[in-house]
Design a binder for this molecule. Sequence first.
Ligand code: IPD
Ligand code: CA
Ligand code: CA
Ligand code: CA
Length: 261
Amino acid sequence: MSTIVETAIKDAVKMVREAGQLLLQAMDDKKVITKNGTANFVTEIDLKVQEILFGKLLKLLPDSNIIAEETADNIFALDKYTWILDPVDGTTNLMYGYKYSAIALGLVVDGVPYAGIVYNPFLNEMFTAQKGKGAFVNDSRIGVTTNGSLSDSLLGYGTSPYDRGKADETFRITKNVFNKCRDIRRSGSAALDICNVAAGRTDGFFEMELQPWDYAGAAIILEEAGGRITDWQGKNLTYISKSSAIVTNGLIHKELLDAIK
Ligand code: IPD
Ligand code: CA
Ligand code: CA
Ligand code: CA
């Protein structure tokens, strides 16, 4: 990849780290603006982080485009270089002071995920990856677990909180999976859930509905750590539309897909 892209990624890591300070400062100032529905919130911090990063990222790669969660109209089109940004993944956690949220940023080049940056300022953990170069948390290389059976697996899951119409199906499936695995965790940040699989802290994760900004940054980190991400039909994600997602160490992928059906 060209030097300009390599430099842009390095600079983007610094910018994301800096913007992470805003999430830490937000602990005393939990102002909320309701977006839509009863569970889809946006706070001043989401908007501020997005505003800061938006302008800077466009300058880093002059021909780039950005898809970001809190823009009025999201046009899901991929250019040569497309940044996909979730300014705060885990907004509800941030509002409650739960201290488990991240800034998630992916770079897709010619339609192919090329780099991922997911920063959790509460634990000062910076997850990064670039295609073909491995995945890291801070300076340490990470990799998925080697566990090959669902019954020995610790999983993460998401409840698709914005679509209560899907609650019955979500919890029916979750109960089914719960009865087949070791245990289940619900963190409130899909990007961190995926990074947890990448770092070998869990064996898998599933959620019925995610948007590209929830998974774009973390998906390449997962793949570079040896894991696998598909939709619930086993198909590759497109990065341009909402989708179901299952994320695993690769070894339990089929078993988890079967359990979700
Ligand atoms: C949400 C979180 C949550 C997941 C939701 C996402 P947000 O993102 O990742 O864990 O269950 O589906 O929308 O709204 O906090 O950016
Ligand atoms: Ca949201
Ligand atoms: Ca999100
Ligand atoms: Ca968000």
